[in-house]
Design a protein around this ligand. Structure first.
Ligand SMILES: [Zn+2]
Ligand SMILES: [Zn+2]
Ligand SMILES: [Zn+2]
Length: 136
């Protein structure tokens, strides 16, 4: 018995995108090859998510207003030049930390954790995570 034990006909390993049908696949002959390929598939998946689903996780943009860095909230379109807002990725109109939204969205998309829409209310009256309109 050698380490290079091959499954009959080899095997197909894949990395599946949690947000769409996209997947990276590789036919491998041995378990060793599967181990070598895994990081490449993970890298390809990462790249795909960044390219294809970046908007899903983008909640703010850093801009420059009259030479000063400013943060634009993509949930309500407010632009703030307050250093504290820029630094903390905070929207003073939505009263939300925009970084934490991106993280929470990713967690929900990948594994279905639950959330309380009311805690994520944006200025426009929608849930920042699932975009559900909320009662006033
Ligand atoms: Zn995808
Ligand atoms: Zn906002
Ligand atoms: Zn929600």
């Amino acid at each position: 018995m050698s380490d290079e034990r091959a499954a009959p006909g080899g095997d197909v390993i894949s990395a599946q995108c949690p947000f769409c049908d996209w997947s990276a696949r590789q036919h491998v002959e041995t378990e060793d090859a599967a181990r070598r390929w895994a990081p490449f598939l993970a890298g390809a998946l990462d790249m795909h998510v960044q390219m294809a689903h970046a908007e899903t996780f983008q909640t703010f943009r850093i801009e420059t207003v009259a030479g000063v860095p400013a943060i634009r909230c993509l949930l309500c379109n407010r632009v703030s030049e307050l250093a504290g807002d820029v630094e903390n990725r905070y929207c003073g109109r939505c009263h939300l930390f925009l970084d934490s939204i991106a993280m929470a969205r990713r967690m929900i998309a990948e594994g279905g954790t639950t959330h309380d829409c009311g805690e994520w209310r944006t200025w426009l009256g929608r849930c920042a995570l699932c975009d559900k309109p909320l009662a006033p």
